[in-house]
Ligand binder design. Structure first.
Ligand SMILES: C[S@@+](CC[C@H](N)C(=O)[O-])C[C@H]1O[C@@H](n2cnc3c(N)ncnc32)[C@H](O)[C@@H]1O
Length: 381
């Protein structure tokens, strides 16, 4: 059984993009699974296939293999061995063990939290393989939880559920990150429990100190915990009361203080501006405002608005640490948005560092969707 694609689909795979959409599939098996992809008689790739999904073909290897399932699990083994030195160095840390397409494991994310793993599968063919995935994680993790409650699974015709795959899954674990510790709610938190892609950017904040810092879109304390080591006052803002409760617990765990505010960030920033407040450092880590290409224009305006407001709130010599996790807002557009915000605020911003997602969230140049997190550290002159 094989998948036949048209010329456009073939060109995508030949350029080493990993995806072919349904409209470019000429014929394929009736059942989801792992199959070879051909353009006429020419072999192109081995792929996860789902005839019910718009994103029908997700390649994981560009060479044939006698056992496609074993070849896919070998990709998992390779991803795990890349992370092994970090886990040995920091067993109580938090790392991404498998970054979907970035690790040639399309639709599979595995995050590690201090000895426990959380798996999220969003491509149909993984569903039958989850026991084998858990088995391969055994040497690294005391427990494995399948947190398969992401809405995108419905597009694949998959059920939503959360259940253990291996061992005794604790409800909460404590993870060490730089000089702080934070608690992860494995079953109930956002995503797999935490936003590991920003780990290195959060640790970067430990190098700053001053009077007042503001952490906007803070989730469970995230950047604010690191900032509270060096700033006299840190305000954490989020629209989720539950996340802020966790932020306060995390602050107590570290003997630190965070002032938490449950608010819509847009309204809160406007109110701070009106009140003439000023800060030495502001972090902006919003959710993906652009979920699809069609949202891009509206999302661009939203990103610009929060950045413009933050720039106006900063003291001279202050820092803006600002991010976007929408892959639709590509890096050049992200910097264009920041440039416009700086111009509208009539302030000069110096680029201190251009950064992105951590090393354990690998980017494939050929598959731009793997590069989703942009992070700029800017100084207001
Ligand atoms: C990408 S996460 C932030 C992660 C966090 N900075 C960290 O390092 O752990 C985005 C956060 O924005 C919050 N959020 C979404 N829309 C919001 C809004 N309009 N105002 C305030 N917070 C919002 C979500 O509850 C979520 O916690």
């Amino acid at each position: 059984m094989r998948i036949l694609v048209n010329e456009r689909g073939a060109h995508r795979l030949l350029s080493r993009h990993l995806w072919v959409f349904q409209r470019d599939v000429l014929s394929g098996p009736d059942q989801p699974g792992l199959y070879p992809v051909y353009w006429g008689k020419r072999f192109l790739a081995l792929a996860l296939y789902n005839p019910q999904s718009d994103l029908a073909v997700r390649a994981f290897r560009f060479r044939p293999a006698s056992d496609p399932q074993e070849a896919l699990l070998e990709n998992l083994e390779k991803a795990l061995s890349r992370r092994l030195p970090a886990l040995e160095r920091e067993p109580e840390g938090g790392f991404r063990l498998a970054h979907a397409e970035g690790d040639f494991l399309p639709g599979l994310v595995v995050d590690y939290y201090a000895g426990h793993a959380v798996v999220q599968a969003t491509a149909h063919a993984w569903e039958a393989l989850l026991p084998q995935v858990a088995e391969r994680l055994k040497p690294l993790a005391r427990s494995v939880l399948a947190k398969n409650d992401a809405k995108v699974r419905e597009l694949e015709g998959l059920p939503l559920y959360v259940r253990p795959l291996l061992g005794q899954v604790p409800p909460r674990v404590t993870v060490r990150e730089g000089r702080v510790r934070y608690v992860v709610d494995l079953e109930g938190g956002q995503k797999t429990g935490a936003y590991l892609d920003q780990r290195d950017n959060r640790i970067l904040m430990e190098g700053f100190s001053g009077e007042r810092a503001l952490d906007v879109f803070s989730y469970a304390g995230g950047f604010g915990l690191h900032l509270a080591l060096g700033f006299k006052e840190v305000i954490s803002v989020d629209s989720s009361g539950e996340a802020l409760q966790r932020a306060e617990e995390n602050a107590r765990l570290n003997g630190l203080t965070l002032k938490t505010v449950e608010a819509n960030a847009f309204e809160f920033l406007r109110a701070l501006e009106k009140a003439g407040e000023r800060f030495d450092l502001i972090v902006l880590d919003p959710p993906a405002f652009a979920k699809g290409k069609k949202d891009l224009e509206r999302a661009y305006r939203a990103y610009k608005e929060v950045n413009l407001r933050a720039i106006k709130l900063l003291k001279e010599g202050g820092h803006l640490a600002t991010a976007s996790c929408s892959h639709h807002l590509a890096e050049p557009l992200f910097y264009q948005m920041l440039t416009e915000a700086a111009a509208d605020a009539h302030r000069v911003l110096r680029v201190v560092e251009r950064r992105g997602q951590g090393w354990d969230h690998p980017v494939l140049l050929n598959h731009p969707e793997t590069h989703y997190l942009k992070f700029a550290l800017l100084e207001v002159l």
